[in-house]
Design a protein around this ligand. Structure first.
Ligand SMILES: CCCCCCCCCCC/C=C/C(=O)SCCNC(=O)CCNC(=O)[C@H](O)C(C)(C)COP(=O)(O)OP(=O)(O)OC[C@H]1O[C@@H](n2cnc3c(N)ncnc32)[C@H](O)[C@@H]1OP(=O)(O)O
Ligand SMILES: NC(=O)C1=CN([C@@H]2O[C@H](COP(=O)(O)OP(=O)(O)OC[C@H]3O[C@@H](n4cnc5c(N)ncnc54)[C@H](OP(=O)(O)O)[C@@H]3O)[C@@H](O)[C@H]2O)C=CC1
Length: 281
């Protein structure tokens, strides 16, 4: 096997449900050379892992979110590895802010080839206690934010030879679950929006797909779950572990690479089997 193979001595689960190898063991070093990638929420959690991975495969990477303190360390890390990165603040709930973000990134890097709609928000609450403001805080970020970034960056892609869009959905978008009224409805909207965009914009050489992470251990989800992820949930995850940001990276890279040239409008769960029904026996 070649030096890039994931088969290494001592691995017990070479292609099973063990740890996802680093993307540099899986994909060509120059897969995204000369490409510009924009990752919303790219300063923390899954977005950070994705942004660093794109840079490792040659992309110029723009990371954006509300808090520059989240973004600067990612830019510094990419630059320290010899890559090009740029950060600018945006509130994805505000269309004007999003449009300014698009213009700024295009000005900085000359275009945008890949958009990763990753910014998100969530908290768990019984539906009867959900306030209109609570609904807006979550749905505004997830659904309005994804729509605004898609519209703004999409306009640029339509004018400039196409591109690829990946949005972070969630398993709750196809399966309602207690305490997820706002998040589940917002993520279902994201999934549906990506399908519509995929069907309309194929003619512009734009692909759009949704990734549905299961439960991925990040500070964000831990906070959203109220401070800790209850271990009992593992009983419902066939992989018997929570996911990591690294588990999400290869699917994002695949879907935005030429390897997925015929893949659009899809929904890809990265959930260790969480969506499968538990055994009735
Ligand atoms: C049973 C265990 C289940 C385990 C976990 C399962 C998870 C499955 C995965 C689901 C899919 C999605 C996952 C994620 O998105 S994870 C990560 C995303 N990251 C985060 O969400 C970061 C953590 N959350 C926050 O930072 C904030 O809570 C939030 C962004 C959600 C809100 O912040 P914001 O500053 O925008 O808003 P405000 O604080 O001003 O509040 C606005 C209104 O929302 C109400 N609110 C806020 N938090 C809560 C809460 N915990 N419970 C109830 N209501 C809340 C707040 O009161 C405001 O409303 P009012 O003005 O009416 O009071
Ligand atoms: N972790 C999990 O189990 C799951 C996560 N997901 C989804 O994956 C994505 C990443 O989640 P995860 O890494 O866990 O969480 P994080 O909390 O680490 O990431 C959320 C990111 O979104 C940014 N963000 C939040 N609100 C806004 C806003 N209004 N404008 C711009 N940026 C914003 C935050 O940056 P800043 O604070 O600087 O604005 C932060 O970087 C989210 O879409 C989430 O819903 C889906 C299913 C499960």
């Amino acid at each position: 096997m070649g030096s890039n193979s994931v088969r290494r001595e001592g691995d017990s689960l070479m292609v099973g449900l063990g740890e996802t190898p680093p993307s540099t063991d899986l994909f060509a070093e120059d897969l995204f050379a000369d490409r510009v990638v924009l990752v919303t929420g790219g300063g923390t959690g899954i977005g950070k892992a994705v942004a660093l991975a794109f840079a490792d495969h040659g992309a110029d990477v723009a990371v954006v979110s509300r808090n520059m303190d989240h973004l600067t360390p990612v830019v510094e890390e990419i630059e320290s590895r010899g890559g090009r990165a740029y950060a600018t603040t945006v509130d994805v709930r505000e269309y004007e802010s999003v449009d300014t973000m698009t213009e700024t990134v295009v000005e900085e890097f000359g275009g945008i080839d890949v958009l990763v709609n990753n910014a998100g928000a969530n908290f768990l609450t019984p539906t009867e206690l959900l306030t209109p403001n609570g609904w807006r805080a979550v749905v505004g970020t997830i659904l309005d934010g994804t729509a605004y970034c898609t519209l703004s960056v999409g306009e640029h892609m339509i004018e400039n030879d196409g591109g690829a869009i990946v949005s972070m959905g969630a398993t709750n978008s196809v399966q309602g679950a207690p305490y997820h009224a706002h998040s589940g409805a917002g993520k279902a909207g994201v999934h549906n929006l990506m399908q519509t965009v995929a069907s309309e914009w194929a003619v512009h050489d734009i692909r759009a797909n949704t990734i549905a992470p299961g439960i991925i251990e990040t500070e964000g989800v831990t906070e959203a779950a109220g401070g800790e992820l209850p271990e009992e949930i593992l009983q419902d995850i066939p992989a018997e572990r929570f996911g990591t940001p690294a588990d999400c990276v290869p699917t994002v890279l695949f879907l935005t690479s030429p390897a997925a040239a015929y893949v659009t409008g899809g929904y890809f769960a990265v959930d260790g089997g969480q969506l499968l029904a538990s055994s009735p026996f």
